[in-house]
Design a binder for this molecule. Structure first.
Ligand code: EPU
Length: 339
């Protein structure tokens, strides 16, 4: 493992923002991770695993510990009757996983096409889009506990997935090294999400995983900024999950606001809709950052923007939502070292 010092992190994130890592190492083997853990223990440093940096805001002050760029990318698959187990190293690009799965006609991840980042990050975040979530196909993750140095395998139940969260997100000392997904050779396409239904009406073919992935990428390209031209981390905030009572009150005030009841009685509401239609904040800018014109949940950063500007915009948006609805919105995007 080669440890370098004072490494600027901006270029390792899709926001293109943030300060330096005090220590930085590209890790390609489990031995590399173990060595980094040993070094961190010896020097009382925190460890920050870094995937594709696509859901991350690095603070301007940087990160005092060791950033581990997960660089192992192997993907293998095991045939299992009507299913295939796909096992990918944590640093494997999520798009590579999608391409391998869809090229083989395997169902399960096609609705999650076009999401930047790595499979490790996807598991931490329980990525979700267009009616699918990673948890629907997750089987296990191999992890190393950076506090104890011990390796183990976590099952689906232990992974405790929720809306954009997981055991891994809540217990950052666990570093994911490998993720296994169960994909199906035959399935009914999952195309009930409104955007997909609209694509079908417009003539898109949506029978095979490859066709669905292609349509999803087209839909995403219309809504989300391209990360290589503008700094962004996708949805910056989570959709709020609120009580039935509050949802009923809001439904009276905002009858057109999309709402999604959960099985446990809570209701997920569309924050993008609120920001756009109730608060007219689409395109709202502060300094070099703004809410994207095509999707109000997305913060876009111009070249040279800093994390403090993102924090200021985020704070302003949160206050306006609170003043309007009494809801305290939460970030989806993570910050190394906490907000
Ligand atoms: N809408 C507006 N104005 C906007 C954007 C959306 O009124 O500016 C409306 C849409 O018309 C729709 C509703 O809001 O009725 C929901 O919009 P969308 O389908 O785009 O979904 P979302 O809830 O805003 C979530 C995920 C996205 C994911 C999409 C599609 C979160 C925080 N975001 O967005 O995930 O791609 O659904 O499934 O759950 C991400 O996590 O980074 C991400 C991009």
């Amino acid at each position: 493992m080669k440890l370098t010092e004072h490494v600027p992190l901006a270029s390792f994130t899709t926001f293109h923002i943030g300060g330096e890592a005090r220590f930085f190492a590209k890790v390609s083997t489990e031995k590399d991770i173990e060595d980094a853990i040993a070094y961190a223990h010896e020097h009382t440093l925190s460890i920050y695993p870094l995937g594709g940096g696509s859901n991350l805001l690095v603070p301007d002050r940087g990160v005092a510990g060791i950033v581990l760029k997960m660089s192992m990318r192997n993907i293998v698959y095991e045939d299992d009757g009507d299913e295939t187990l796909l096992i990918a190293d944590a640093g494997a690009l999520w798009e590579d996983v999608i391409n391998i799965a869809t090229a083989r006609g395997l169902f399960g991840v096609e609705n999650l096409a076009g999401i930047p980042g790595t499979i490790g990050g996807a598991a931490v975040q329980n990525v979700g889009a267009y009616g699918a979530e990673l948890k629907d196909v997750f089987v296990y993750a191999d992890v190393i506990n950076s506090a104890t140095g011990l390796s183990r395998r976590l099952t689906h139940t232990e992974a405790a997935f929720g809306y954009r969260t997981s055991f891994f997100k809540e217990h950052r000392e666990y570093i994911i090294t490998r993720v296994a997904l169960r994909l199906k050779k035959h399935s009914i396409p999952n195309i009930a999400y409104p955007d997909l239904l609209r694509a079908q009406v417009a003539g898109a073919l949506l029978a095979t995983p490859e066709e669905i992935a292609r349509s999803i990428r087209i839909i995403r390209a219309q809504k989300f900024p391209r990360g290589d031209t503008q700094g962004t981390a996708g949805s910056f905030f989570k959709n709020p999950v609120i009580s039935r009572e509050l949802a009923d009150t809001l439904a009276e005030r905002f009858p057109d606001m999309p709402m999604f009841p959960n099985k446990n009685g809570t209701v997920k509401i569309s924050l993008a809709w609120l920001l756009d239609h109730a608060l007219s904040l689409k395109g709202f800018s502060m300094g070099r950052v703004r809410l994207y014109e095509r999707h109000a949940l997305v913060i876009v950063a111009r070249e040279g923007a800093c994390a403090a500007e993102v924090d200021a915009l985020s704070q302003e948006v949160s206050e306006r939502v609170f003043a309007l609805t009494g809801i305290r919105i939460e970030r989806e995007v993570e910050t190394f070292g906490g907000q």
